[in-house]
Design a protein around this ligand. Sequence first.
Ligand SMILES: [Zn+2]
Length: 305
Amino acid sequence: MGALEYINCPLCDSQKNTKLFLGKDYLYSKEEFSVVKCHDCGLQYTNPCVKEDQIASYYYSGYSSRMNSKLPNFYKGEWGRLQRFFGNIHFTILELMRSINARKVLEIGPGNGRLLYFLKAQGYDVSGVELDSDLARNIWDMGIPCYCGNLDTVMDEIGGKKFDLIILCQTFEHLYDPKKTLKNIHSLLAEKGYLYMALPNSGSIEAKLFDKFWRGLDLPRHIVHYDKKTVGKILRKSGFDVLRQGDLIFPSSFVESIGFRYFQDAKMPPTLYYFLYYFLKLTGPVCRKLFGSGVMTVLAAKRQL
Ligand SMILES: [Zn+2]
């Protein structure tokens, strides 16, 4: 479907790597792609990968579903308290915003804009950068400024604006030139600015358990497969101090991995999917303590010079 190219390690630029396994795009193209590990820094990445100017053809419609912007009062009252207890990322970020006293937030790759909509309702000054023009327009329709493009191409448009917090949820692993993006993020952050990311953890028990069937690989859309060590390395190299790393309760990653492992190209029966999903959601807080999770979170601060 798309032309492939060999790339150097996105972290240390080395050409030396070892092939780990051949994984498959179960969600869309059914094509197979190699995951390699860098000899010099240990980073795992997709190599060869689909050329950057052709990767859009692997983002099928519905990859990031549109949200109904008229959802009123979501996460209010008891439902909100329940979501908070089960580790909903919206609340994790809200608590973070309060603890660092942030007002201005930028999300890169907001997808359907749900998080920005939630933070805007809490009174924060929010904006986004979204590659998909339909999704970006949808976010504008919610009354939220959203620059359309990748971060590198919209830097001029953003101008001299500075942010207290920049968020990347399930976005960083899609980037072809993560160091360049981190450089731009660094320049967009206020002096005491923070970066928060949530992304698949290739060093997790979940990733090791499912190996080439792991949902977090999302080949060929994920270019880099970070773990806690390598994400820390690239952040420190790019002028950030890593303050905190954690695990996010994210049952769908585990359940879809079971689907890839045992049903492969066939779809898992929806009843089984929802049974497993809610079982893992309910046991999530305990599972996270015992086994960690397939999705990690990272909080980093702009290094003071
Ligand atoms: Zn490397």
